[in-house]
Structure formats: structure tokens, C-alpha cells
Design a protein around this ligand. Sequence first.
Ligand SMILES: *[C@@H]1O[C@H](CO)[C@@H](O)[C@H](O)[C@H]1NC(C)=O
Ligand SMILES: *[C@@H]1O[C@H](CO)[C@@H](O)[C@H](O)[C@H]1NC(C)=O
Ligand SMILES: *[C@@H]1O[C@H](CO)[C@@H](O)[C@H](O)[C@H]1NC(C)=O
Ligand SMILES: *[C@@H]1O[C@H](CO)[C@@H](O)[C@H](O)[C@H]1NC(C)=O
Ligand SMILES: *[C@@H]1O[C@H](CO)[C@@H](O)[C@H](O)[C@H]1NC(C)=O
Length: 369
Amino acid sequence: MEKKHILLLIFSFFVLNPIAGANDDCLPASCSSSDPEIRFPFRILGQQPDRCGFPGFDLSCDGQNQTILQLSSSLSYIVNSISYLEQVIYIDPEFCRPNRIVSVNVTETPFSYSNFFMQSYTFYNCSQNYSSMYPDVPFPCLSSGNHSVIAMLTGSVYPGYVPPNCKVMKSVVLPVRPNGDISVALELMWFTPYCKTCEREGKACELKTDDEQTICVSSRRKGISRSAKYGLGIGMSVLALICISGLACYVSSKVQGHNDSHNQSIDTSPVANIPQQPNSGTGLDGRTIESYPKTVFGESSQSPNVDATCVICLFDYKLKESLRTIPQCNHCFHAECIDEWLKLNKTCLVCAGTHRKVRHWLHLAVKHY
Ligand SMILES: *[C@@H]1O[C@H](CO)[C@@H](O)[C@H](O)[C@H]1NC(C)=O
Ligand SMILES: *[C@@H]1O[C@H](CO)[C@@H](O)[C@H](O)[C@H]1NC(C)=O
Ligand SMILES: *[C@@H]1O[C@H](CO)[C@@H](O)[C@H](O)[C@H]1NC(C)=O
Ligand SMILES: *[C@@H]1O[C@H](CO)[C@@H](O)[C@H](O)[C@H]1NC(C)=O
Ligand SMILES: *[C@@H]1O[C@H](CO)[C@@H](O)[C@H](O)[C@H]1NC(C)=O
């Protein structure tokens, strides 16, 4: 294996492994592929558990797979989009649906209007030949046959003004929109929970279990099941362990080579530095390691338990390479590979390859690159 491949694998380990620990039930969901992604503080009722959302942020899917926000017992709106970074949800005012010319009211919801200025708008039902000299918003969706429906700011001309050939339908109170076009999506903001920092860092926000505080966790990915993630995490850990071992072996054999020819200090190698770290007290001392039987591959026919490959670096043993055997279990490795391990661990890598130890070693080894 080439060194850059090894480093690439180590990199993927560190990028991929955090997902193994994420809170897997709260994966993002959506009502359909074209609908907004739903994640904390929102959740889809019946699809994502309670704790995946924040109180008051429940959404649902309707019969047409549209995302629905219920603002009051009688009023629900279709959600157009959600900006998690800006903490804004865009809802369709839906004036075109029957009996939907009503005021939006966000009191008793977690939301506020992004524009604090409210205005009264009046809807008019006009005959086709109406003429308005004042700005109006046409609603072709409500118009039919010989009648057009328009909306105008109430009292924009003078109180009680009705355009010629028009009849007043209804007045509603709405937040002012940028260009006065009340048919465009309505922006609702929320301030609590505050997740903008998490979002900016590409992390996910979630509810702490004990109170209503939020915390940032590593980002969740869609479409990988909990067990698959766990398996992937462990798989990557093992792969990374093997790779780092290989790299350690490779580097130390290089250093050994340098030593032989240039008489350089072994300390110049970052890998060789590991045993000098304060944490290294967990392993065996040099004298104990040296007391373990060492053989030269190919020279002794009685080399115990010699497999063709060193499980640490995954390179085949070659003639004249030094091997070391752990007497308690007779497992054999390249001497330079197992020596690095034993400086940090008292037990055989194969026998006691517990997750924690593997991780610990990995952590130490990687810190030095
Ligand atoms: C809604 O989505 C489900 C599955 O995603 C699909 O089977 C169903 O046909 C969709 N319904 C509509 C009205 O699009
Ligand atoms: C909104 O609803 C609250 C009660 O929930 C009410 O007191 C308030 O007057 C309503 N505001 C508007 C503009 O209708
Ligand atoms: C507008 O008025 C006409 C005639 O009065 C009526 O037929 C039509 O349904 C009205 N349109 C709306 C949207 O109320
Ligand atoms: C507009 O329609 C009304 C009846 O709805 C009619 O009396 C009037 O003459 C029409 N005006 C024009 C300019 O067509
Ligand atoms: C529109 O008005 C014209 C005459 O004023 C009438 O002939 C026509 O049937 C009307 N159309 C509809 C759809 O009501």
C-alpha cells in the first residue's frame, strides 16, 4: 500500500467515524422529494419522534404529500421552504383556496413575522371591465368568467374607497411585503431554539435530554440505517488501525534503513516518537519487550507459529526480517511492528484487540502525523 493511500484511508476514518455516534432516529425527513428537508427544530408528526423536534414546530404531510404547518386549530398553511440558517419558514398564504382570505395570526405560535409592519388589505370582486387607477394585486386564481379579484391596501385612496365596477369581498390584516405583493410566500421567523451557530458550522442542532436547551452535534446524514452506520464506523476503525499499523511499520522500517546507513537518531521519526510520550506508560518497558523471543525469518526452522503475513503491517515476511513472538500466546509479528504496539500495550494485539485499546493506540499514533 502506498503512503498516500494510507493517509487517505486515515482521513476517511476521521471524516466518516463521527456518524457512528450520532443520534440516528432523528434523521432528516420530508413529505416528498420536492418538499423541504425537515429536521430540528421541526419534525414530521408520526415520522420523526417527539424529541427530534422542538415544541410548537410540528409539521405534517397532507394527501398530496405537501408539508403542512398548523398555525392554529383552524388554520394550516403549505410550507414552501425553510431556511435553517436564517431561521425563516416560508408559507404559502393560499388566498386562492376557498375561504382562505383570512388574516394570518402568529400569536400563540413560536413564530414572528419577518416584517413587523402590518397592514390591512381589502379584496374586491370586480367585473371584467373594472379600471383601477391605483396599484392593486390581481388574483387570477380567484377570477372567473367575467369577474376579476384584486386586492388593494385598505384606504390607500381614501377611507371607504371602492374601485369602479368592484364589490368589497373582505379585509384582512397581513404583514407588509417587500413590493406590496401579498400573494408571495409569507416569511415567518423563529428565535427559539437558536441553532444558527450550529447551522453555520455545518452541524446539527438537537435538544438536550434534561431541559429545553439545544446543543450542536455532528451532522446527520440521510439514508444510512443505524446498524449500517455502526458497522461502517467499526469497519472504518479496523481498516484505519490496519492502515496506521502498516504506516507505522513502513515509516519505522525506513527509519531503520536510514539508521543503518546514516547512523541517524530514531527520534527523527514521528512514529518512533510515540513511546516517548507521557501516555506511553501503559505499555511494556523495553527490557520486557527485548525478553520476548526474537527470530530471523527463514533462518530458524523452528520459528513458532509463523504465518506468511504480519497482521500489523500486512506485508509478507521476507528472508532475514526480524520477527518477535509473544510467549504467552505464540502470536508472531515483525519485531519492529509489535515493538511499537507493546510500548503502548501490555497484551497481544491479536488476543486483546479490544475496541478501546485499538482506538487509544490509533489516537496516539495519529496525533503524531
Ligand atoms: C406520496 O408519497 C408516497 C410515497 O412517497 C407515494 O406512494 C404517493 O403516491 C404520493 N402521493 C401523492 C398524491 O403524490
Ligand atoms: C390573534 O389571535 C389572538 C388570540 O390568539 C388575538 O388576541 C389577536 O387579536 C389576534 N390578532 C389578529 C390581528 O387577529
Ligand atoms: C364575484 O362576483 C360574481 C357576481 O357577483 C360572482 O359570480 C363570483 O362568484 C364572485 N367571485 C368570487 C371569487 O367571489
Ligand atoms: C362595464 O360593465 C358595466 C356593467 O358591469 C357596464 O355598465 C359598463 O358600461 C361597462 N363599461 C365598459 C367601459 O365596458
Ligand atoms: C360574460 O359577459 C358576457 C356579456 O356581458 C356574456 O355574454 C358571457 O356569457 C359572460 N361570460 C361568463 C363566463 O359569464
